[in-house]
Design a protein around this ligand. Structure first.
Ligand SMILES: Cc1ncc(COP(=O)(O)O)c(C=O)c1O
Length: 367
């Protein structure tokens, strides 16, 4: 059995530090926000190359507050892609704004900048590219268009901790960047968590208030806010884990290179790391015209796989009100039909990578 990821193996590799961090919170009783969360915020902002970070209770909350801080509200439009996790689009909906989609570039699975300009209207209040699978969208091209129109760009970096674009870290290129610490993410909490990073003091100030009931100081509510605070325990755990993130990312990248070489020449498309971008391989998705068959064969051989994502958001029942139909975003629809995510996690052994790679190689030639 080769699992899709192994959170227990990671815990055991750093158990003494994690246990000490958890017991530290039990002793300090700073269960919500507190010093550990504040220290983690400082460390994560530095890691991303931003001046501020505001920790919240999920990546979805991070997106919601980043959009609100950019002034997004009812009647506005926010441009994003339909080939993403549904949370990107739901967060836009929470503000009262409408999601407007542009298709993906099929090589990187990220926003196709060539289609962006045509989607801009006088109502466009923000652009929300998604750094899907751990590779950043084409930020230079997106920012050039956004700047020409005076529209802020918020990065959905929920899958892209430590990803880079021409040497700059995810989250530091837009006005703000949003991350998820869902347990399976490259930097995962032991529960829910998220964060917004920004170098814009005004956005940071608003987001800090909005996550804690809009309070400027205790019981002085200057904005209608939310209970989106991060738990102290998650902050303490994440602060420990952040110290290992680079090492874990390098392991993921090594596994990806190993897969690349095992799958070279096989009847399957491997992920492309675009020049100038550092892919952090949250997901290693191959593309095949016969996905159902490959999925079935791999499962029979004890290899767990994932589907990210089988239905693009514009075809989801819940988002029918956006008014899109099949055929509107052909690249997203084709990707949704063809991608299959292979196991990838830092603790994977080279033998496991080889077993999966060879199984894929054999299965795609057996029809
Ligand atoms: C691209 C993307 N956006 C948003 C989210 C939402 O994050 P969370 O699950 O922490 O709310 C996720 C993660 O699940 C994601 O992958």
């Amino acid at each position: 059995m080769i699992p899709f990821l192994d959170l227990k193996a990671q815990y055991h590799s750093i158990k003494p530090e994690i246990d000490a961090a958890v017991f530290g919170i039990l002793e300090s009783s700073q269960f919500v926000l507190g010093e550990e969360v504040a220290a983690f915020e400082r460390n994560f902002a530095t890691y991303c190359g931003a001046t501020q970070a505001i920790a919240v209770n999920s990546g979805t909350s991070a997106l919601h507050l980043a959009l609100l801080a950019a002034g997004v509200g009812p009647g506005d439009e926010v441009i994003t892609i339909p080939f993403t996790f549904v949370a990107t689009v739901s967060a836009i909906g929470y503000t009262g704004a409408k999601a407007v989609f542009v298709d993906i570039d099929p090589v990187s699975f990220t926003m196709d900048p060539a289609q962006l300009e045509a989607a801009i209207t006088p109502r466009t209040k923000a652009i929300l590219p998604v750094h899907l699978y751990g590779q950043m969208a084409d930020m230079d091209a997106i920012l050039a268009i956004a700047n020409r129109h005076g529209i802020p760009v918020i990065e959905d970096a929920c899958q892209a901790h430590g990803a880079e674009y021409n040497g700059r870290r995810a989250g530091s290129l837009g006005v703000s960047g949003c991350f998820s610490f869902y347990p399976g993410k490259n930097l995962g909490a032991y529960g829910e968590g998220g964060i917004v990073v920004t170098s814009n003091d005004e956005h940071a100030r608003k987001i800090r208030m909005l996550r804690d009931w809009g309070q400027e100081k205790r019981y002085h509510h200057v904005m209608k806010g939310f209970n989106y605070r991060m738990d102290g325990m998650q902050g303490a755990i994440l602060r420990v884990k952040l110290r290992y993130l680079e090492q874990w990312t390098e392991s993921r990248r090594l596994h990806a290179r190993h897969y690349d070489s095992l799958l070279a020449g096989a009847d399957v498309q491997i992920p492309v790391e675009v020049a100038g971008r550092r892919h952090v391989y949250h997901i290693y998705a191959v593309r095949t015209m016969d996905r159902a068959n490959l999925e079935r064969l791999l499962h029979a051989e004890g290899v767990q796989t994932g589907l990210h994502y089988p239905i693009p958001v514009h075809l989801q029942e819940a988002h029918r009100d956006l008014g899109y139909h099949r055929g509107d975003f052909p690249q997203s629809e084709a990707a949704a039909d063809q991608v299959l995510s292979l196991p990838i996690f830092p603790e994977m052994t080279p033998t496991q990578v080889e077993q999966v790679g060879l199984a894929v190689r054999q299965d795609v030639s057996v029809h």
